[in-house]
Design a protein around this ligand. Structure first.
Ligand code: ADE
Ligand code: ZN
Ligand code: ZN
Length: 275
């Protein structure tokens, strides 16, 4: 996602944190966040092109082979040089482990060998990204980045349509150009429209603390069914594409937020509190 998508995911998540998780998050947030996780959720995108963080650039996505509409960790989670366990799913496991290990050995939150503030920001950002269908897009087109399309009159690429353009058009068309209004609308859907599904979004198989692999599977499936569909190179995407894909984008932002909160709640629940 672009800045707005990450802001929305983290804003939604913060509203579903337990008291204990919210306190832990606030302790880890940098001063500049002013207690608001959403304010720093795009930080990994700000640093991915800087020399000190170039290693993180490949951790924002994972690419299944061309035209495989399914995801397989051991097949797909590698960087372009073939190094295993370098993808968004591995990054989510890694930062979850850093945070949960430090929190379990409680006071060591302050003396972990890892930078737990960075771990929190990377984890929050990557749980957002793995819900963007084209962050689990095909390798041959770099998740839609190399598919040139027109968004109404404007030349862009399919990846950017899903990161940004659908959200920008929704803001302009339906939400008075106000991201807070759009987020409130998604929050209302969580509490009424999707109410029956939301508890299933929260659960991880096998009592795992984090479970990115099912989210990646959903994403490539949605990429095939909605993102790549009728978006061939050079095509113009307009009202029909916008209006049929916007509900998918809004649901993925909601799922990202609910699942980020559920993951942080599991990470920051002291073992003594689990019945
Ligand atoms: N962003 C940059 N490269 C990407 C890729 N190969 N797949 C998805 N998102 C990306
Ligand atoms: Zn992206
Ligand atoms: Zn990203």
């Amino acid at each position: 996602w672009g800045d707005e998508g990450h802001y929305a995911t983290c804003k939604i998540a913060q509203g579903y944190l337990t008291e204990e998780a919210l306190a832990a998050v606030k302790r880890l947030l940098p001063e500049s966040a002013g207690g608001d996780l959403a304010a720093v959720c795009s930080w990994p995108d700000d640093v991915r092109r800087t020399p000190n963080y170039r290693w993180s650039a490949g951790l924002h996505f994972v690419n299944p082979p061309d035209f495989q509409c399914n995801y397989n960790y051991s097949r797909d989670c590698h960087d372009s040089a073939g190094n295993k366990d370098r993808c968004v799913s591995a990054a989510i496991y890694n930062y979850t482990l850093q945070l949960s290990t430090a929190y379990r050995n409680d006071s060591s939150v302050l003396e972990s060998k890892y930078n737990l503030t960075e771990a929190l920001l990377f984890l929050s950002h990557f749980i957002g990204d793995i819900h963007q269908p084209l962050h689990v897009g095909f390798v041959g087109d770099k998740g839609g980045n190399s598919i040139v399309v027109y968004w109404y009159q404007n030349k862009t690429n399919l990846h950017r349509v899903w990161d940004d353009m659908i959200i920008y058009s929704a803001l302009n068309t339906f939400y008075d150009s106000d991201l807070t209004t759009m987020i409130q609308s998604i929050q209302r859907n969580i509490t009424d429209g999707w109410l029956n599904e939301v508890s299933s979004w929260r659960t991880c198989p096998n009592n795992y603390i984090a479970c990115p692999d099912p989210y990646a599977s959903e994403s490539i499936s949605l990429a095939c069914k909605y993102a790549y569909k009728n978006a061939t190179p050079g095509s113009t995407l307009g009202d029909d594409y916008f209006l049929t894909r916007l509900p998918i984008v809004e649901k993925r932002l909601a799922q990202g937020g609910i699942r980020l909160a559920a993951t942080l709640n599991r990470i920051f629940t002291h073992p003594s509190k689990i019945a």
